[in-house]
Ligand binder design. Structure first.
Ligand code: SAH
Length: 466
């Protein structure tokens, strides 16, 4: 580091600028944000500078800087856009002990002015020692976008609340409180209620964090159901209402995430059943880390968490960390799908048992007891079966299943974009190819949509939108 960044106390101190053109204007715009006493020396100052002088924001002397003018200056800017004049005036300023900056002349400057992101009292200074101004500007633009415009207001008001927040134990708990305030609650409150809402919001947030107390966090493994928010259990609603952290799978519908407590941190576990997934180990670690920090974690899984949800791996990790947990069941896709076609999963005289199968597992296509399944009247709900439809079709036919056995594929069950493809075992893969489904789909083997459901549909084709 050739330049050491510091924040210089300038309140009430003299800052002298020599020059009155564009270079001086650019520096003055920055300097006017400070509480320094600014003095400008320029033979022909730009009109803006004259205006600032008129309104008392700086003092202006309309002649070149002379010996004695820079007396007691803390900082001096040579902004004459003339190397000789810069050198002459800088020498005068330096003789009085001022730190000197010459615009666009790194070599003769004692200090450089960084790019600044101003959320006073929060100020970010970005410097590249003159090496990459473009980079400094890009970083500035990035931070400008990321830091709430009201961060300064929050910091100023937050400061007055510091003593109250000391009621929280030092460390993670206090940090969590402040980061929830600065990055979530605070900006939201200013937007909806203005800065008058900040202190009441701080009080409420502190109560919430104090209520969490010292106890170690806990985890609820919650079923989000098939997608329709009305198919959430009341327990799941309550869990979402009070969660500190919600860790959700990709299949969870956005409408359901909307129901999470406003201050909750939402984390995408980015995984869909057995599909291409974020590493399960990472997800386990994420759950444990937040709960160990005292958070109430809602692990939100599509459908029912106990069905093809790799629930046991998560429970084992949570238990190993000594954290309390419980399961809140949800409506599994099979229940929503079968409801969508007006059928039931079991029926007297037809089938006294129903299987929940997965089309593929982590090793590829999943093997099952095809012989039993191929018997007349069997019903199975096949999860993750889209890609393995051809394989399933082949296995079942090989074991003697009738080619006319009904198969119904329900995509986006319970959602407004639900689609039903009604077919038979022999035409299954061709019809699926043609339907080109892109959402989650459940295959009901051995069941056709009830005739009334078909009749009620607008379309009398095999691909019906219910
Ligand atoms: N735990 C979930 C299943 C996770 S496995 C449950 O109980 O429903 C993921 C598979 O579930 C998907 O590949 C798809 O087969 C099925 N699925 C989940 N939501 C669905 C929906 N809304 N419609 C149809 N199938 C769905």
């Amino acid at each position: 580091m050739k330049h050491f960044p510091i924040f210089l106390a300038v309140e009430g101190r003299r800052i002298v600028v020599s020059g009155g053109g564009d270079a001086a204007l650019a520096k003055l715009r920055l300097l006017l944000k400070t509480e320094g006493r600014i003095a400008v020396f320029a033979a022909s100052p730009a009109p803006e500078i004259v205006d600032w002088a008129k309104t008392g924001r700086l003092s202006l002397t309309t002649r070149p800087l002379q010996r004695g003018d820079a007396i007691c200056a803390a900082l001096f800017y040579g902004a004459n856009e003339d190397a000789t004049e810069d050198a002459r005036t800088a020498a005068i300023a330096r003789a009085t002990g001022a730190l000197v900056n010459i615009v666009d002349n790194l070599g003769d400057s004692d200090f450089i002015t960084p790019a600044i992101v101003d959320r006073d009292p929060v100020v970010v200074a970005i410097g590249t020692e003159g090496a990459a101004p473009v980079l400094a500007r890009a970083i500035k633009a990035d931070l400008e976008g990321r830091l709430s415009p009201v961060l300064g207001t929050l910091a100023r008001i937050g400061k007055t609340f510091r003593h109250k927040a000391d009621a929280l134990p030092m460390g993670a708990k206090r940090r969590d409180f402040w980061s929830a305030f600065y990055f979530k609650t605070g900006p939201q409150v200013v937007e909806t209620a203005g800065s008058a809402g900040i202190i009441p919001a701080l009080d409420a947030l502190l109560d919430h964090h104090l209520a969490k107390g010292d106890q170690i966090g806990r985890v609820d493994l919650v079923g989000a159901g098939p997608g329709d928010p009305e198919l959430l259990t009341m327990k799941a609603r309550k869990a979402l209402d009070t969660a500190d952290v919600v860790i959700y799978d990709r299949l969870v519908a956005p409408e359901i995430l909307e129901l999470a407590r406003r201050e909750a941190t939402l984390l995408d576990a980015g995984k869909e059943g057995f599909g291409p997934s974020a590493s399960q180990t990472d997800i386990n670690a994420m759950i444990v880390e937040h709960a160990a920090n005292g958070a109430y974690v809602v692990r939100l899984k599509a459908g029912d968490p106990t069905v093809f949800g790799r629930l046991d791996e998560e429970i084992e990790a949570i238990e190993a960390a000594g954290i309390a947990w419980r399961i809140i069941p949800g409506i599994t896709a099979a229940s929503a799908a079968v409801a969508g076609i007006g059928q039931s999963l079991t029926k007297r005289q037809r089938n006294a048992s129903v299987r929940f199968l997965t089309g593929h597992d982590m090793k590829g296509f999943a093997e099952h007891d095809w012989r039993t399944l191929a018997r007349e009247g069997e019903v199975a709900a096949i999860y993750m079966g889209k890609r393995s439809a051809r394989f399933i079709q082949g296995r079942l036919m090989m074991h003697g299943a009738g080619p006319a056995t009904p198969v119904t594929v329900i995509e986006n069950a319970s959602r407004p974009d639900q689609r039903v493809v009604s077919t038979t075992l022999s035409t299954l893969s061709a019809d699926l190819d043609e339907a080109n489904l892109s959402g989650p789909a459940l295959m009901l083997y051995g069941l056709a949509p009830r005739a009334a459901m078909l009749a009620a549909s607008e379309f009398q084709t095999q691909d019906i939108a219910l």
